[in-house]
Each structure stands twice: as C-alpha cells, then as structure tokens.
Design a protein around this ligand. Structure first.
Ligand code: ADP
Length: 294
C-alpha cells in the first residue's frame, strides 16, 4: 500500500487546469520534495489530497483510502499544515496542544512540549500574539506531536529565519526517526534543506508533473562539468547531452543530461579538451535547468 497515490488527478478553475492529470505514487517511508514556481499547483495538489477541494477527475488516496471518506482512525494517521494555517488566537499553545491531544490516539505530549521548547514558543502566551512564523512553527509542532504516518507540509519553511528553518529540519528528522515508515511530503523552495531530507523530488509546472524521481537518480542523470579547451572549438562543435552552458572563452561550464556514463566517456575521449567534474547542488540544477524549463 502506498502512502500517497494520485491517479490522473485534475482540477480546473475556469478553463485553466491548475492540477493537470497528475499521477504520483509514493511508497511508505519516502520523503518527497515538491518543487515548482509560484502558481505551479503545489498547494492545490495538497488540498485535493486532504479533500479540501474536489477534483474534476482522477483520485487521490492517502495511506490507501480517500481522506474525505476515511474513518476517524485512518484520518488521525495523516497530518497537514497549510501555508496559512489558522489557529485559535485566544488559546495558548498549551491549551491548543491539550485540546488536540484528545483527537489523536498516538499523541505524544512529551514531543509536543519539546516542540514548543525547540521552536522557542511560550506555552502560556495567547496564540494571537505570536507572529505568522511563530504560529506556523506551532502548527508544525502540533502536527509532529500527532506522530502521523503521513505528514503533508505546504511551504513549512516560508518566512522562517535561518535558525528556525534549521530547527524545523531537525524536528522533521526526529519525527522520521521516531515513526517507522513515516512519509513526508513538503513543498518548498529551500532546496539546500531538501538535500538533507528528501529522497525523492517531484517538480510541477503549470499543473503538470515535469519530473518525479529519486534524488539519487536525479544526481546521477544530471552532471555539471567544466570543459577546458586548448583552443577555440569550431562553430560545429556540439557538447553531447547539453542542457545549458555558460561560456567564457576557452572555459565552458556545462550542465549535461547523461543517461549513462558513456556520454562523459565520449567527451573525455575528445582531444584538445579537458573535462573537469563540478559539484552539482540541487539548487543549481533547479535554477539552471528546472528553473529555466518551468
Ligand atoms: P502553488 O502552491 O504552486 O504556488 P497553487 O496551487 O496555490 O500554486 O495555485 C495554482 C494556480 O491556481 C494559481 O495560478 C492560482 O492563482 C490558481 N488558483 C488557486 N486557487 C484558485 C481559486 N480558488 N480560483 C481560481 N484560481 C485559483
């Protein structure tokens, strides 16, 4: 049984397909980074998954059932934190967490308390006096304390300062360690963070999934190399597998798509040319290739 299963999921606003035939299957224990520019459809996809929106066609199942028609016992294994999570402003974090503990059989009060500490949130201050970032951290702390099998986070790190972002990441890593088979889907632009956490990357563009692969496969397939020429190559010179290049005289920095090692061997065998591999971060890949395509 998959943790997340969307099949030909489509949502239209007017004549626009905001989520367009998305099929996405995630085995339990995966950590998926859902990337895409603003308006790509990430939030809509997560809202469809949570039954907050109805699809025009297709279906989506969480832990083997549609969320909207699942039993209470099933639902409490799923947690979701939206981008603009609304919390009861007159309550204190302590009261909120206490209230929520009644809804979750696996609620971990100790984890909830440590979450408040980790995020530096005063347990006794009315929530309405917290900043937007603090409220988001509280929403995440509450989601974690439910010890869900599937956690959907929509841009959890947006608007957080770097230290809070690191705390958030540590908290998520702790959850993955504490709940066996826990599956995490997070939409984010903070690619550097994803490299520490995600094992799969899905990219949305105008409602469609344009990439959906393991991080390992993505890092194997896309390579950044520096080409050093002895002299100016002829006008017909073609770099095999080239996606994007920055040329500076005899030094070319190239992003290549290499289905296998042969393509690099082919380059290395050319005379008058040195091939120097560069580190390729996800960030660079996103900006140079995916960013350009999206
Ligand atoms: P993302 O999360 O990737 O930034 P969204 O899923 O929020 O993208 O939005 C995808 C597109 O759907 C955007 O162009 C947005 O303007 C549009 N959209 C979202 N909600 C509505 C709505 N209720 N009515 C019309 N268009 C909407």
């Amino acid at each position: 049984m998959d943790a997340f299963y969307a099949k030909s999921l489509t949502k239209t606003y007017g004549s626009r397909k905001v989520v367009d035939e998305v099929t996405l299957q995630l085995p339990r224990g995966s950590v998926l980074g859902l990337l895409g520019r603003n308006g790509a459809g990430k939030t809509t996809l997560l809202r469809l998954a949570m039954g907050l929106l109805r699809p025009d066609s297709g279906k989506v199942e969480l832990l083997g059932a549609e969320y909207i028609s699942a039993s209470a016992a099933h639902r409490e294994r799923v947690a979701y934190v939206s981008q603009q999570q609304r919390l009861p402003e007159e309550m204190t974090p302590l009261e909120l967490l206490d209230y929520m503990s009644g809804f979750y059989a696996r609620w971990d009060a100790d984890l909830a308390r440590r979450g408040l500490e980790r995020f530096g949130l005063d347990p006794k201050r009315p929530i309405g006096r917290f900043s937007g970032g603090e409220q988001r951290k509280l929403a995440v702390a509450a989601a974690l304390a439910a010890r869900p099998d599937l956690l959907l986070l929509d841009e959890p790190a947006a608007g957080l300062d770097p230290i809070s972002r690191r705390d958030l990441l540590d908290a998520l890593i702790e959850l993955l360690g504490a709940v066996e088979g826990c599956t995490l889907i997070l939409s984010t632009h903070l690619l550097a963070d994803l490299e520490r956490l995600a094992d799969r990357i899905a990219v949305m563009k105008e409602g469609r999934l344009t990439l959906n692969d393991s991080l390992e496969e993505i890092q194997r397939r896309f390579r950044s190399v520096q080409l050093l020429f002895d002299r100016e190559p002829g006008p017909d010179f073609v770099v095999p597998g080239l996606i994007q290049s920055q040329k500076n005289g005899l030094v070319w920095n190239c992003l290549l798509e290499c289905p296998d090692e042969r393509l690099l061997d082919q380059l290395r065998s050319l005379s008058g040319l040195q091939v120097i591999p560069n580190e390729l971060s996800l960030e660079e890949l996103f900006v140079r290739h995916l960013g350009k395509e999206m």
